[in-house]
Design a protein around this ligand. Sequence first.
Ligand code: G1P
Length: 295
Amino acid sequence: MSEQRKIRKAVFPVAGLGTRFLPATKAVPKEMLTVVDKPVIQYVVDEAAEAGIEHFVFVTGRGKGVIEDYFDIQYELEQMLRERNKNAELTLLSHILPKAGTASFTRQQVPLGLGHAVWCARDIVGNEPFAVLLPDMIMSSEKSCLAGMVDLYGQTGGNVLAVEECDPDQAHKYGIVGKGAPVGDGFKITEMVEKPAKGTAPSNFFINGRYILQPEIFKILETQERGAGNEIQLTDGMLALAKSQEFAAYHFKGETYDCGAKDGFILANLAFALQRPDIRPAIEGPLKKLVSGLL
Ligand code: G1P
């Protein structure tokens, strides 16, 4: 297999309204809700950086300006921290800051769906393969999900989607893929369907919100008709692209938390807090007590 073009850019669709989290998301974007002490979006950007991404493309919308501020210098705050010799905090802030010129922001003016949001990034991405990371999904694993996908992409080229298995009666909530022959460390995708009607899913492998796509997807999305939920669906665009290009699945084996849902968000907070040596000792006992008290 010839060497694949490097995945340098990642698109983060962050225009979603977050209605499931009202009233919290009335004035704060859902991507800025915190899991322990970092906004959700930071986990996803860290995952991308770990996989070698060099340019971070945020597709934002109205009321999401604070995301742009978050990835910028906060001069007054840093000045104050310097004056107070708060070096640990300063280091923390410097780690968040993308290198100058490596974060781009564009707006999805009308919420027409994920396919449309990705299409809004076409000029910034240009004619090269790229990653898409849905910020609702945050993951915990030894090797990051996108890093594993990049490895598979090195073997297969083409397009790579991360998938996980779900309870078959939950399949209607997701994009579902059909499982074909093994390819590299993954398998060939034979079909894709967005939010299949109950009992019609081709498998229980759902697309977990991480994609490596070839730029030809943009041309398709430009004229993609509305699909499930009356939205322009990325899955429908990928299905059209699959007529001329290969799609492989990377079977992610870590833990995924859907922070777009209240239960997933709360679980993420607990799981990530329990991974922290500075927090775990203080919450482990009370948590056990809380749970046993409820049983
Ligand atoms: C989107 C995608 C779907 C994918 C899911 C993962 O759906 O369209 O294919 O399985 O994310 O979270 P949404 O959650 O926006 O309805």
